[in-house]
Design a protein around this ligand. Structure first.
Ligand code: PSV
Ligand code: MN
Length: 396
């Protein structure tokens, strides 16, 4: 490996931290059913424990994203318990995700619902979510909405846009000065005709309408096939409106596949746009890197470690692009040279340097293998199997 690459890789690893989702450790499925895993987490304590394992082995996941309805059994009153778990397991709460989609009242939407009483209920839930975030010293509240419609003519699209603006503005007014509101978009599912926040442009306009602490959240799975996500990232960076990511990979739609399993070059290109922006601007972009994956078939903790390692690998590769040369090649329209700079960085095997970096931190060089040797999975499988199997019906 050329001598100048190792320090660049080390620097990139020093700064790269990624947030893991509590829901990634729980049993989830498709709409056709669930294949339950004996080791799946079903309590918030188990989720923290599993996240703590991932962090202990990788050293780069000190933060866990939480979903209000799934993780805060007693709403705001759960805050002290969650805070205690955070200090016990050495992972702090990250983004707080309100749940404005599961309750029966949200059949026709939340912030876009034509019924003012339901919008009021949604606003109250958002307020509680903000209070929970404040109680846990979490900065970001991540909003994802299922709002939309299934059939042409059934919803007043413009009226719903107005309602969204009003509700988001009212929610923004509740934020503490150091909090942020992240607005996630998704083109379809569960609504199939129109989704109220269907793409990054809509999320951007709504974030601007909400207020200065609102930013856009890019979930990599929430795009149409072959969409140029790195261009969206570049534009949001240029507008200072990129708040964070939900990373996962996709083949068809919102597949929630392991990051980089289908198209690692795309993730590399996204990281490249960010790092190139930072180099040109001489400042860090304030971005929350989060994973949003729920694995149904792979082992959940294994898949999370695999994802984190892949993210580190691709981030380190992106850090190897020679920006000085790239800028010169772009200016002189030396296309092959410019493109090769990206391709060469992507082709570099950064794994030996990553192993070295881990060793220098006292971390296992191969976190996945270390996990397999640790006995943790066997232990939790024994502890949790009975409960998980009881809910499995014919699974046992
Ligand atoms: C929806 O598909 C989503 O991407 C949102 O971020 C949710 O909060 C998350 O997945 C979990 O369902
Ligand atoms: Mn998401």
């Amino acid at each position: 490996m050329p001598s100048q690459t190792a320090p660049k890789i080390f620097d990139s690893l020093e700064r790269f931290r990624i947030e893991i989702p509590s829901w990634g450790f729980a049993n989830t499925g498709t709409r056709f059913g669930k294949f339950l895993q004996p080791a799946a987490a079903s309590t918030i304590e188990e989720k923290f424990s599993d996240a703590g394992q991932v962090h202990a082995l990788t050293g780069v996941c000190p933060i866990i994203a939480l979903h209000v309805l799934w993780d805060f059994e007693d709403g705001y009153d759960s805050v002290p318990h969650v805070a205690e778990l955070a200090s016990r397991f050495g992972v702090r709460p990250g983004s707080i995700n309100p749940n404005l989609f599961q309750d029966q009242i949200y059949k026709h939407g939340s912030f876009g619902n034509p019924d003012p009483a339901i919008r009021e209920e949604a606003l109250r839930h958002s307020e509680t979510s903000i209070a929970i975030a404040r109680g846990l010293h979490s900065r970001d509240i991540s909003f994802w909405f299922t709002d939309g419609s299934n059939y042409p003519g059934t919803a007043n699209i413009r009226a719903r846009k107005r309602l969204f603006e009003e509700c988001l503005r009212a929610t923004h007014a509740r934020l503490a000065p150091d909090q942020r509101m992240l607005i996630e978009y998704k083109p379809f599912e569960p609504a199939f005709y129109h989704t109220d926040i269907a793409d990054w442009g809509m999320a951007l306009l709504l974030a601007r309408a909400a207020g200065p602490q609102a930013k856009v959240l890019v979930d990599t799975g929430h795009h149409y096939a072959s969409q140029n996500i790195e261009q969206i990232v570049a534009w949001l960076l240029a507008e200072n409106m990129l708040g964070g990511f939900h990373f996962n990979d996709r083949r068809y739609a919102d597949d929630d596949l392991t990051l980089g399993s289908i198209d690692p070059y795309q993730v590399f290109r996204i990281f490249h746009e960010i790092l190139f922006f930072e180099w040109e601007e001489g400042r860090r972009a304030d971005i929350a890197y989060m994973i949003d994956q729920s694995h149904n078939l792979k082992g959940k903790i294994e898949a999370m470690i695999q994802t984190v390692a892949m993210a580190q690998d691709l981030f380190a590769k992106a850090a190897l692009v020679d920006y000085e040369q790239l800028r010169a090649a772009q200016k002189s329209c030396d296309l092959v040279r410019a493109e090769s700079l990206l391709q060469d960085a992507f082709a570099t095997d950064v794994r030996p340097a990553i192993r070295e970096w881990r060793a220098s931190k006292g971390l296992p060089q191969d976190p996945l293998e270390a996990f397999r040797q640790s006995g943790y999975l066997e232990r939790i499988s024994l502890e949790r199997a009975a409960r998980n199997m009881a809910s499995a019906g014919s699974y046992a």
